[in-house]
Ligand binder design. Structure first.
Ligand code: BEZ
Ligand code: FE
Length: 286
C-alpha cells in the first residue's frame, strides 16, 4: 500500500490485520483502529499535542508498579471501568445487587473474622455496626458465602496507605446458615483517589476534584454464583453526585443511621452514639 492519506489510511491498516487467525482479536483491532482514526480526524491534534498525549501515557506507565496501577486509575476517572462493568453486569432484576468499581485497595486473602467481630484494629473512629443477609435470585438465604470487606478509616485512609504492620478495616466473613453477616467497624470518610501522578494532574488541569463519597467495599463469592464486587455508600455524603470514578448507583446508597447510646442490635452496650448500616445482597446464579 502506498500514497496513503487521511481518507484511505484506516482501510489500509485494517487490511493489514486481515490475516489474523483470532477472529475476536481481529474484530477488536479493526474497531480500535476505526474509532481511533475517527477520533483523530475529529480533533485534528497538532504534532505538539500528539507528543503531549504520548508523554502523558508514558508517565502513566512509569507510575505503575506492584502497588500502584495508574492505568486502572485512568480507566476509572475516564468512566471506562464503570462502562466495562455496566456492559458485563447490567441487571434489571431487583433481587440481584448491583456491582461497582473494585478500586486499588483490595488485598486478596484478608484476615478471617468471626460473625459479629470488630475489624477496627489499630484505628479509632465513630463505631459502625454493619449487618445483613445474602440471598439468591429467588430470595433464598445463601449460607457459606465468603464476604470480603474493606474500607477507609474515618480520615479517609486505607491500611495499605498507612503502611501498618497488620491489616485494619479489612476482613473475610462467611455467612451463617441463614445467610447472615455482621461486623463492627468505624464510619468511613470520603477521600481523594491518589493524585500524585498524571491522573491527578489531569483532574487538576480540567478542574475536576478527586473525591469519592464515603463507602464500604464488599466482594461476595459463592459456589454457583457470579462474584459480586460492590460498595455501599453513605446517604448524606456530599460527593454522591460527583464521584471521581463514576461508581455510585442509587441501589447502593444507604442511611448509615446515627443511633443514640444504648443497646446495639447485637446486644452490645454503647456508651456513645454509633451508626448502623443494614444491607442485604442478592447474588446471580453463574
Ligand atoms: C476505591 O474505592 O477504593 C477506589 C476506586 C477507584 C479508584 C480509587 C479508589
Ligand atoms: Fe474505596
Amino acid at each position: 500500500m502506498r500514497n496513503l492519506n487521511a481518507e484511505n489510511i484506516t482501510g489500509a491498516v485494517i487490511e493489514e490485520f486481515s490475516g489474523c487467525q483470532d477472529e475476536r482479536l481481529k474484530t477488536i483491532l479493526n474497531s480500535l483502529v476505526t474509532h481511533l482514526h475517527a477520533f483523530l480526524r475529529e480533533v485534528e491534534p497538532t504534532e505538539q499535542e500528539w507528543t503531549q498525549a504520548i508523554d502523558f501515557l508514558t508517565r502513566t506507565g512509569q507510575m505503575c508498579d506492584d502497588q500502584r496501577q495508574e492505568f486502572i486509575l485512568l480507566s476509572d476517572t475516564l468512566g471506562v471501568t464503570m462502562l466495562v462493568d455496566a456492559l458485563n453486569h447490567q441487571t434489571s432484576d431487583p433481587m440481584v445487587s448491583e456491582s461497582t468499581v473494585l478500586g486499588p485497595f483490595y488485598v486478596a486473602d484478608p484476615p478471617q473474622a468471626d460473625q459479629g467481630a470488630s475489624i477496627d484494629w489499630n484505628v479509632e473512629g465513630e463505631p459502625l455496626y454493619v449487618q445483613g443477609r445474602v440471598h439468591d435470585e429467588r430470595g433464598e438465604p445463601l449460607a457459606n458465602v465468603v464476604v470480603d470487606v474493606w474500607q477507609s478509616d474515618s480520615e479517609g485512609f486505607y491500611d495499605v496507605q498507612k503502611e501498618l504492620e497488620s491489616a485494619s478495616l479489612r476482613a473475610r466473613f462467611t455467612t451463617d446458615d441463614q445467610g447472615r453477616y455482621a461486623f463492627w467497624t468505624v464510619t468511613p470518610a470520603p477521600y481523594p483517589i491518589p493524585t500524585d501522578g498524571p491522573v491527578g494532574k489531569m483532574l487538576e488541569v480540567t478542574g475536576r476534584h478527586p473525591y469519592r463519597p464515603a463507602h464500604v467495599h464488599f466482594m461476595l463469592m459463592a459456589d454457583g454464583c457470579e462474584t459480586l464486587v460492590t460498595q455501599i455508600f453513605a446517604e448524606d455524603d456530599p460527593y454522591l453526585d460527583s464521584d471521581a470514578v463514576f461508581g455510585v448507583k442509587d441501589s447502593l446508597v444507604r442511611d448509615f443511621r446515627l443511633m443514640p447510646p444504648g443497646e446495639a442490635p447485637d446486644g452490645r452496650s454503647m456508651s456513645s452514639p454509633y451508626r448502623h448500616l443494614k444491607y442485604d445482597f442478592g447474588l446471580k446464579a453463574s
